[in-house]
Design a protein around this ligand. Sequence first.
Ligand code: TYD
Length: 142
Amino acid sequence: MSTILPPATGLAACHLVAFPRIEDRRGNLSFVENNTQIPFAMERVYWLYDVPGGAERGGHAHRELEQVVVAMSGSFDLVLDDGTISQRFHLNRSYVGLYIPRMVWREIDNFSSGSVLMVLASRPYDEADYVRDRTEFGALAR
Ligand code: TYD
């Protein structure tokens, strides 16, 4: 008898995504397509750059948004927290992304000089989708 498990949520659903790599002496190439390498259709791409030393970004969760974060250049750390457990991820490869489902708190720090952080996002920008208050997040995540 097979058991149907509910879809994973929170930190259990966070995972690294390896994008295809076309290796070439002239330089390597990677790509991403909707619903293939990532489990959603992208509706927005944004990126962080010119991040000063010691800066911290993030500090919020999203009610519905799903994201894949990629270190397109350099490196940084993402600290993810689903209200129960927390885990630090170090990203430093342009062919590896980190999938973050809805309702996971994220802090981003330890940016290397010249780093570029790209986000593939499942929805357009909507401030109402943000949970920016840690106490509210704790209550919603319970
Ligand atoms: P925010 O998501 O809080 O930045 P981070 O999580 O990287 O620290 O966004 C910073 C500001 O930029 C905020 O005022 C909203 C604005 N913004 C947009 O207008 N569109 C977007 O797609 C994003 C991601 C942010």
